[in-house]
Design a binder for this molecule. Structure first.
Ligand SMILES: Nc1nc2c(ncn2[C@@H]2O[C@H](COP(=O)(O)OP(=O)(O)OP(=O)(O)O)[C@@H](O)[C@H]2O)c(=O)[nH]1
Ligand SMILES: [Mg+2]
Length: 383
């Protein structure tokens, strides 16, 4: 399809209300996602429906409205806040005469722009290929161009629309093999790193919750922080010394989001290994968000998906400087620390978190010592 003359990266957004809770917030999230991808949201078309239209998702009247907005704003792409079937996407592109992105395509595009490490790039490429194998992906071309092309999908669009499935299959296998090698190397590194360390802690949480800001405050490292979604893609691990507890290993990881594309979770499993092997998760929450609870639930759902739901968790209510909350610590009925409230930005409450980490480290140390003692008793008994 020839590119229509229009304003560069101008996007028309479409968000339909199917009666789901948090619809308004999900539109705000869509706007942030679109901005994070480098597109300019110029108009938002809304509507109410019982269920998606099988051919066009939005129904023909609404699709006309979208087409009018595309013409009016000279948009070069339309972004749906939903999952579209390959057929719906194709039909819409034909009707609207411009590329159409769905939510998964949008998130994949952002990930492609952000991936820095070799492993991260392979993981994104794998997810993109698995997504692409079912559909046309013209809408990505704007992202590819920004990224400067490159990679298997570089410049994908008009010429490569008909990608040979066999080729995709081969490439997918190659990528998976390479990722297995990375995983082995990572396992060895982790074992070496955690030897002698007291506690390994992984920061997890919804995207933009403030994980990297907190990571930097705790470790004095220079992790990239930004008011955009998915600022961090690669896991960064640092050692930090904690008074009274010794060395901890702290990891900053990719943020989660509601309905994170399944393929993406699967291909990021390697990066998330640090999380799966952690002794403790610090689940960072933007306490100032009106959808804080659903974000917590979305993060827990992804944790379950990667098999990290049984790891002890402390909720970190961050950004309390934007709320009436004050720094503090809460325990559950068993006396275990379950929540710390702080502001990673102002530093208020950080000392409380450090104390909490020291307490967990001390508890683990004494549990480890007891286990060793038990083992040595057993050895004595056997010999
Ligand atoms: N007001 C306020 N802003 C904060 C606080 N902590 C982080 N931020 C801001 O929130 C935004 C996101 O912070 P990051 O640390 O990049 O968030 P993240 O969780 O690492 O995000 P991703 O890597 O995108 O998943 C940045 O603009 C931070 O400056 C806080 O305690 N208070
Ligand atoms: Mg981050």
């Amino acid at each position: 399809m020839a590119e229509r003359p229009g304003r560069k990266n101008a996007a028309v957004l479409v968000g339909l209300d199917f009666g789901d809770e948090g619809h308004g917030e999900s539109l705000e999230e869509l706007r942030l996602l679109v901005e994070s991808s480098g597109l300019k949201p110029l108009a938002l078309i809304q509507g109410k429906r019982q269920r998606p239209d099988s051919a066009l998702f939005a129904g023909s009247g609404k699709t006309e409205e979208v087409a009018a907005a595309v013409r009016e704003h000279g948009a070069t792409v339309v972004v749906f806040n939903h999952e579209l079937s390959p057929a719906q996407q194709r039909n819409l592109e034909k009707k609207l005469e411009c590329p159409v992105l769905d939510r998964t395509g949008l998130i994949l595009g952002i990930f492609a722009q952000r991936a820095r490490s070799h492993e991260g790039k392979l993981q994104v490429e794998l997810a993109q290929l698995e997504y692409a194998s079912t559909r046309l992906v013209r809408g990505w071309t704007h992202l590819e161009r920004q990224r400067g092309g490159g990679g298997f999908l570089g410049g994908m669009g008009e010429t490569q629309i008909e990608i040979d499935r066999r080729l995709i299959g081969k490439r997918v296998k190659l990528l998976k093999d390479k990722l297995v090698q990375f995983k082995r190397r990572r396992d060895v590194q982790r074992r070496a790193r955690t030897r002698g360390e007291v506690l390994s802690v992984s920061l997890v949480g919804y995207t933009n919750a403030g994980k990297s800001t907190l990571f930097n405050m705790l470790t004095h490292a220079g992790s990239y922080t930004a008011d955009q979604l998915f600022a961090t893609l690669d896991t960064t691990t640092r050692r930090m010394y904690l008074e009274g507890a010794g060395n901890l290993v702290l990891s900053d990881t990719v943020g989660f989001i509601r309905d994170l594309p399944h393929g993406l979770v699967a291909s990021f499993r390697a990066t998330l290994e640090e999380t799966v092997h952690a002794d403790l998760l610090l689940h960072v929450v933007d306490a100032s968000s009106s959808v804080r609870d659903s974000q917590i639930a979305a993060v827990n759902a992804v944790l379950a998906e990667i098999g990290a739901d049984a790891i002890p968790q402390i909720l970190v209510w961050n950004k309390i400087d934007l709320t009436p909350l004050i720094p503090g610590l809460e325990r559950n009925e068993y006396g275990k620390i379950c929540r710390v409230s702080l502001s990673a930005k102002t530093g208020a409450g950080l000392d409380i978190l450090r104390t909490a980490l020291a307490e967990v480290a001390a508890a683990k140390k004494s549990a480890d010592t007891n286990r060793e003692l038990e083992h040595s008793h057993k050895d004595t008994y056997v010999t």
